[in-house]
Design a protein around this ligand. Structure first.
Ligand code: 15L
Length: 273
C-alpha cells in the first residue's frame, strides 16, 4: 500500500519525526495540527484543524488512503483536558475515517494503557498478557483509544493498528528508557509497517526499538513487518554511570508504566481535591 496519509498531531514530537521519515518510504503527507506545522516540505499538504471538530476532520480525511492519528495530550493532565483531546479526538479521527471510507487507521496508544502491569518473572511480556491497566487519566485515554479502535474494526470493518509506544525520544535519558526507548528511525519503520501490513484487522503492538534490555515482546510488531534497527544499549554505559544499575524491585523498572505508577507522579502539577 502507498498513497496519501492524513497525519494528525503533525507539529508534535512524533509527528515531526514522521514528517521527516514517511515521505522517504513513499507516503505523501497531509499534515494536520491545531497549530500551523512549521517549514512546509515539498509536496506536503498542511491543515490547521482541531481533531475534536468532526466536520473539519471529515473534510480533512477525504481522499486519504490512511490516517495516522498522533494528536493529543502526550502525558498526564486533568480529566477534562485528557478526555476532550484524547478520547473525543480519537473518536473524531475514527468517525471521520469511517464516514469518508478510509479503512486503515494507525493510533498512537501508549504503554501507559497498561502501566500497572508488573514485569514478568522472566521472559517477555506479550500484549495479550497486558490487558488494560492504566496508570493515569492519560493511560485511561489510551485504553479508550484501543477500545474505540476495536469497535470500529468489529462494527464498521476498519483496519486499526494501535501502537503501544514506549519512550519515543531522540535518545534515552533514563535507565528505564534503556528498555522502553523507541528511536526516531524505528518510529518511522513501525508506523510504515502498521500502514503496509496486509490484513492487520485490529492489532495492538508494543512500540520499542530492538533494545538489549527490552522486556516487552516485539513478536507481534515484527509480524506486522516492523524490523527495528536501533538499540538503547549504546547509551547504557553513560546512563548507568550517572544513575546506577536499575533496581528491578523499584516500580519505575518493575512496572510497564515506570514513574507514572509511583504515588507522587505529577503530584505537584495535578493536585487532587
Ligand atoms: C508516553 O506515552 C508519553 O507520551 C511520553 O512522554 C513518555 O512519558 C513515555 O510514554 C514513556 O513511558 O516513557
Amino acid at each position: 500500500m502507498s498513497g496519501l496519509v492524513l497525519l494528525t498531531g503533525a507539529a508534535g514530537r512524533i509527528g515531526t519525526v514522521l514528517r521527516g521519515g514517511l515521505p522517504e518510504r513513499g507516503w505523501a503527507l497531509r499534515s494536520l495540527d491545531v497549530v500551523p506545522v512549521p517549514d512546509e516540505r515539498p509536496g506536503e499538504e498542511q491543515l490547521v484543524v482541531d481533531v475534536t471538530d468532526l466536520a473539519a476532520m471529515v473534510d480533512a480525511t477525504r481522499g486519504a488512503s490512511a490516517v495516522v492519528h498522533m494528536a493529543g495530550i502526550s502525558g498526564e493532565s486533568t480529566w477534562p483536558a485528557i478526555s476532550h483531546a484524547n478520547i473525543e479526538g480519537t473518536y473524531c479521527a475514527l468517525e471521520a475515517a469511517r464516514l469518508t471510507g478510509v479503512r486503515r487507521v494507525v493510533l498512537a496508544s501508549s504503554n501507559h494503557a497498561t502501566g500497572y502491569t508488573p514485569r514478568p518473572d522472566g521472559g517477555l511480556l506479550r500484549e495479550v498478557d497486558a490487558p488494560p491497566r492504566p496508570d493515569t487519566y492519560y493511560g485511561v485515554s489510551k485504553v479508550a483509544m484501543e477500545a474505540l479502535g476495536s469497535l470500529y474494526v468489529d462494527r464498521y470493518g476498519l483496519e486499526v493498528v494501535c501502537l503501544r509506544i514506549g519512550s519515543a525520544f531522540a535518545e534515552p535519558t533514563t535507565t528505564r528508557q534503556l528498555s522502553t526507548w523507541l528511536s526516531p528511525a524505528d518510529t518511522v519503520s513501525l508506523v510504515d509497517a502498521a500502514l503496509q501490513a496486509p490484513s492487520p484487522g485490529f492489532s495492538v503492538v508494543w512500540g520499542v526499538s530492538a533494545n538489549t534490555r527490552n522486556w516487552w515482546d516485539l513478536t507481534a510488531a515484527r509480524a506486522l513487518g516492523y524490523d527495528p534497527q536501533d538499540d538503547a544499549e549504546v547509551y547504557a554505559e553513560a546512563l548507568v554511570e550517572a544513575h546506577g544499575e536499575p533496581d528491578l524491585g523499584d516500580p519505575v523498572h518493575g512496572r510497564v508504566g515506570g514513574e507514572y505508577t509511583t504515588a507522587d507522579f505529577d503530584a505537584e502539577k495535578f493536585q487532587r481535591p
